[in-house]
Ligand binder design. Structure first.
Ligand code: KG4
Ligand code: ZN
Length: 360
């Protein structure tokens, strides 16, 4: 019997993407059409514009994905599509396309939770000796992206314990705003966007210079609560730059030093909360955790990865990060999550609707 093939469609934010993956963990094809150029002059993603972009691009993206794999709709075993969470005008573009394709071709339809897909990507990309999906359940996952900051334990497909989330900005959102404030050129950052530009600037910076001037999020109070907060930190940087004029934006060293201080404060905050969560989970879970998985766009950051690897190692856990191109939004993760759900018997009706706000 041949391996199962699932098409995944993703239109929850500004990237239009589709991919076909198989149950033996091959990516047969993958197409991503970004919209960075369109949103950059607006200073951020404009949902109605993004929706139009998806409408324009999705038919071509799907047909190209099939062509690259040398397949037709009939050769697929199921169609998976992001149902939420995401931008309200964008989600229906992908969902409607997926539903119509599935209904016409009489294929099973699988609505996928965008964050579950981020969490499960590691089981596609990480090989183990038995060539089984790895890591095994339960594992802890940190999802850090432009829209989410979410720490959870994945107990099984569709079974997650949310341990903590952000009280205000997502870490990627704070990073993006700070990168813009520091006038870092986000097209230079290419697919990683402003975050990659900030990481690059921070490479040549000395974090110690401005660290003493930045607040440590949630350290004074609430030290035992697993919640994240980044807006205070973001505003503190803005104050130092715009009001106190501590940073000369024309001086690359000033900019690099502030980028480095901001970045290090962010990761120290994240580390502190993961430690709390790991301490709790190690006590609570009957089955021991198998790994710390970090995914989402911000997981592309090398400093974050290195430090989290050290942290996980101190709990005897491997750190698993999907490759950077699969940490940003993509159709592959939707196809893979759909495949895992399909194999677990979790199929949806053709009448499902989008869920822009959808708790995990
Ligand atoms: O997962 P993702 O592509 O989209 C969302 O679902 O949000 O994440 C995008 C976020 C953006 O905030 C971007 O600036 C950030 O990931 N990012 C980075 C890096 N590459 C991307 N942040 C820090 N360092 C990076 N190297
Ligand atoms: Zn995402």
């Amino acid at each position: 019997k041949r391996p199962l093939r699932v098409l995944g469609i993703e239109t929850s934010c500004d990237d239009t993407s589709a991919a076909i993956v198989t149950s033996d963990r091959q990516i047969l094809s993958e197409v991503v059409r970004g919209q960075q150029e369109m949103h950059e002059p607006m200073g951020g993603i404009v949902p109605t514009l993004a929706s139009k972009g998806h409408s324009r691009n999705l038919p071509g993206v799907i047909s190209e994905t099939l062509e690259l794999a040398g397949l037709t709709i009939q050769d697929l075993d199921a169609i998976a599509v992001t149902r939420g969470p995401g931008l309200p005008p964008c989600l229906p573009v992908g969902l409607n396309a997926g539903k119509v394709l599935a209904a016409v071709a009489k294929k099973p339809l699988i609505g996928v939770h965008h964050m579950e897909a981020h969490a499960l990507t590691a089981r596609l990309t990480t090989k183990n000796e038995l060539n089984q999906p790895a890591p095994a359940f339960p594992f802890m996952t940190l999802l850090i992206s432009g829209g989410h900051t979410l720490l959870l334990t994945a107990n099984d497909i569709g079974d997650y314990d949310q341990l903590g989330t952000t009280l205000d900005n997502a870490v990627g959102e704070a990073i993006d705003k700070t990168a813009r404030l520091l006038q870092l050129d986000w097209l230079k950052g290419r697919r990683g966007g402003p975050g990659a530009a900030l990481e690059k600037a921070a490479l040549t910076g000395d974090p110690e210079r401005f660290m003493p001037r930045l607040p440590k999020p949630m350290l004074e109070r609430n030290t035992s609560v697993i919640s994240f907060s980044f807006s205070g930190l973001k505003s503190a940087v803005a104050r130092l730059v715009e009001i106190e004029n501590l940073v000369d934006l024309n001086n690359p060293q000033d900019v690099s030093d502030m980028a480095a201080a901001f970045q290090l404060t962010c990761i120290q905050h994240i580390e502190q909360k993961i430690k709390l969560a790991l301490n709790q989970e190690v006590v609570k879970n009957k089955k021991p955790l198998t790994a710390l998985v970090v995914s989402g766009g911000v997981a592309s950051n090398t400093l974050f990865r290195t430090r989290l690897e050290t942290l996980a190692g101190s709990y005897n856990l491997p750190l698993i990060c999907p490759p950077p191109q699969l940490c940003t939004d993509n159709g592959v993760m939707i196809a893979w999550a759909g495949l895992e759900r399909f194999q677990a018997g979790l199929v949806d009706d053709y009448t499902i609707t989008t869920l822009p706000k959808w708790p995990l």
